[in-house]
Design a protein around this ligand. Structure first.
Ligand SMILES: Nc1ncnc2c1ncn2[C@@H]1O[C@H](COP(=O)(O)OP(=O)(O)OP(=O)(O)O)[C@@H](O)[C@H]1O
Length: 325
């Protein structure tokens, strides 16, 4: 994925790319966004993380001016977003969750069509379409119809259609659902490159690993509400959850398990055959304490792993349920 010109050349002073305050949106009786707040700084990759149905797509569609809402305000790139903000929308790109391309058009024609919604000049557009094709690595598929593309290549086409006009702000709504690992990595790397070229990115997902991998800051949401905000490190420090330690030991005894359970920072111990899974609260020497206790109980220690707390643990602590229930 290479690109020859910057995605945008705007040097205007902007403090925030997005400012959403008190956004409330219902579908009939269903409250999808409940006084939802969001502030995205200019130039960052911002992650919106929440389980299925938490309101991510609804929030994006409101921010794009595509959905009406009961109350709240939305300011995008310094301007109030309304259903009539046509000029403002030219500065925004969206890569929707569901692939949205025309089966009757080939790769190049699809990108050209979406780009033409924002860029009327044909010569300029031809250059932008070429750059978008090159950026997503579809040079060998220019004349292919969407039905001939694999799932991963189709996702790349979807991205090219959303970014060809070089928007300043791009929304990616779960762009890696059902793609192979190679395409997934290409997509994530592409997003990082778009950001390095100047685009602000909002990335929604329910895959915490991806969000941790590429986002500068992350907002965790559930049931249409803002739950927690920060860098991945800040978020994992927000709860008392510590590491999860697994120990494989062939000669485990009940006394050894009791010794572990008695340690000050041990929250739970699960024994499954010869494997112990120990969930800790935050402490400076949890692993050392666990290994010392096992050693003291005469257990021969085999394979040991220590997994730091994840965003899933944060979500679990905040809501009592897992991100991927
Ligand atoms: N058009 C609609 N009519 C009625 N209810 C809707 C509509 N769109 C979404 N909802 C409901 O609103 C809530 C939020 O949905 P939304 O699609 O915004 O969540 P999401 O976080 O994007 O989920 P996913 O990760 O599954 O895409 C869900 O309970 C969903 O069922």
């Amino acid at each position: 994925m290479e690109s020859t010109t910057p995605l945008h050349s705007s040097t205007s002073e902007k403090t925030e790319a997005i400012n959403v305050e008190g956004l409330t949106k219902s579908y009939g009786d269903m409250l999808a966004l409940d006084s939802f707040d969001l502030m995205v700084h200019d130039g960052e990759i911002f992650g919106l993380l929440g389980p299925n149905g938490s309101g991510k797509t609804t929030a994006i569609r409101c921010m794009l001016g595509l959905l009406t809402f009961e109350s709240g305000s939305i300011t995008i790139l310094g301007e109030r977003m309304t259903p009539r903000s046509y000029e403002l929308r030219r500065r925004i790109g969206v890569v929707p969750q569901d692939v949205a391309v025309f089966d009757a058009l080939n790769v190049q024609e699809n990108i050209d069509y979406f780009c033409s919604l924002y860029v009327p000049d044909r010569t300029r557009r031809a250059q932008l379409v070429d750059e978008a094709i090159e950026f997503v690595g579809l040079e060998d598929y220019r004349r292919f119809r969407p039905k001939k593309l694999s799932g991963g290549l189709l996702r790349r086409l979807n991205i090219a259609c959303g970014i060809a006009h070089k928007p300043e702000l791009i929304f990616f709504d779960e762009p890696t659902v059902a793609v192979d690992p190679q395409s997934r990595n290409a997509i994530l790397e592409g997003i990082k490159r778009l950001n390095a070229q100047g685009a602000t990115v909002v990335y929604t997902s329910h895959y915490m690993e991806e969000v941790e991998q590429i986002c500068d800051r992350i907002l965790i949401m559930d049931r249409g509400r803002h739950l927690a905000l920060g860098t991945a490190t800040q978020l994992t420090a927000m709860t008392d959850t510590g590491e999860t330690i697994t120990v494989d030991a062939a000669d485990l005894t009940d006394d050894a398990v009791s010794a572990i359970e008695a340690l000050p920072h041990v929250d739970s111990v699960d024994r499954n055959g010869s494997e112990l899974t120990i969930v800790c609260t935050q402490g400076d020497r949890n692993l050392i304490d666990v290994l010392d206790a096992l050693h003291g109980a005469g257990v021969r220690i085999g394979h040991v792993t220590s997994q730091p707390p994840t965003l899933n643990d944060v979500f679990l602590a905040l809501t009592g349920k897992k991100l991927r229930d």
